[in-house]
Design a protein around this ligand. Structure first.
Ligand code: AKG
Ligand code: FE2
Length: 286
């Protein structure tokens, strides 16, 4: 099966249709070079200070840098990108009322890095996740061109529907070759991996992923984007980070300094403000 590339004018339905068939799709040139440049300049100091991975899976020649909702205003815009967020909400909607931001991470694969092991991202929840639940939708934004040589993401279109034991054959593997500013969408259930970088320049991708509102996020957003930062963010982003209430009883919050001790549900502005106050005062009262 081929990996489809859609134009930037593609609709949410086009993306969802491609995801349904292949479990993956590219949307070409969704953001401009300016936006890519702005993102790179905001995040570059953090990437430069990031050590390379500690094992083969994270990549001994790969730098992974997170906390990007807190660190980069441009990343915040990309998290809320209308096409991406709309597609993620709709893709996951059969299994949840709300979705969450699962992780933010630049993945910079340096020259001479081997390919990552092929996997499905849903394995993050181990074998506990029932097969018929689709737990996440992922994106990798190309912040450099993604080429065959520099490690463009490999993926096996259609493998989101395979038996988990089925092995991919070399002729079933495609690469998400795309220009800088394009975005690769892929299901949590599709086989994929970072490619080997055989070029002489690093390959930079921005991995932004979304999961069901009742699951534990891979990147702890309360620590990566703490209340003193989150309090000034777009309410929609506060919602995605997990600062608002999910289902009826998920994520309720009580102000520890409220003498009445009620378990009322705090609206997001109040929840983040109260949390800031708790940090400022050095924790819980006696
Ligand atoms: O870097 C890439 O292209 C993919 C990385 C990936 O799949 C992962 O780290 O889970
Ligand atoms: Fe992955």
């Amino acid at each position: 099966m081929e990996l489809q590339t859609l134009e930037a004018t593609a609709s949410q339905e086009d993306v969802l249709q491609a995801l349904e068939i292949a479990g993956a799709v590219i949307v070409k040139d969704l953001i401009s070079e300016d936006v890519v440049g702005r993102f790179e300049s905001e995040v570059r100091p953090y990437i430069d200070r990031t050590p390379t991975g500690r094992d083969a899976f994270s990549g001994k020649g790969t730098k992974r840098t997170g906390a990007l909702a807190a660190r980069s205003a441009t990343c915040r815009d990309l998290i809320l990108n209308e096409l991406v967020l709309g597609a993620a909400e709709q893709y996951l909607q059969p299994f949840t009322r709300k979705i969450l931001l699962h992780l933010t991470q630049t993945i910079e694969i340096h020259p001479h890095s081997p390919a990552q092991e092929i996997h499905r991202d849903r394995y993050a929840w181990g074998s506990y996740m029932p097969r018929d639940i689709e737990p996440q939708l992922n994106t990798i934004w190309a912040m450099t061109d993604f080429t065959e040589e520099n490690g463009a993401t490999h993926c096996v279109p259609g493998s989101h529907r395979w038996d988990w034991k089925q092995k991919a054959q070399p002729d079933q593997i495609r690469q998400a070759v795309m220009s800088k500013g394009s975005v690769f969408f892929y299901s949590g259930s599709v086989l994929h991996n970072g490619g080997a970088n055989r070029s002489d320049q690093p390959r930079l991708g921005l991995n932004l992923t979304y999961c069901l509102g009742w699951l534990r996020q891979e990147e702890n957003q309360y620590l990566s984007c703490p209340p003193e930062v989150a309090k000034d963010l777009d309410p929609k982003l506060q919602d995605l980070l997990g600062y608002t209430q999910g289902e009826y009883a998920l994520g309720y919050y009580s102000d520890p300094f409220d003498e009445t001790g009620s378990l009322e549900v705090a609206p997001p502005e109040r929840a983040v403000k109260a949390a800031v106050k708790s940090i400022a005062l050095g924790g819980l009262p006696d």
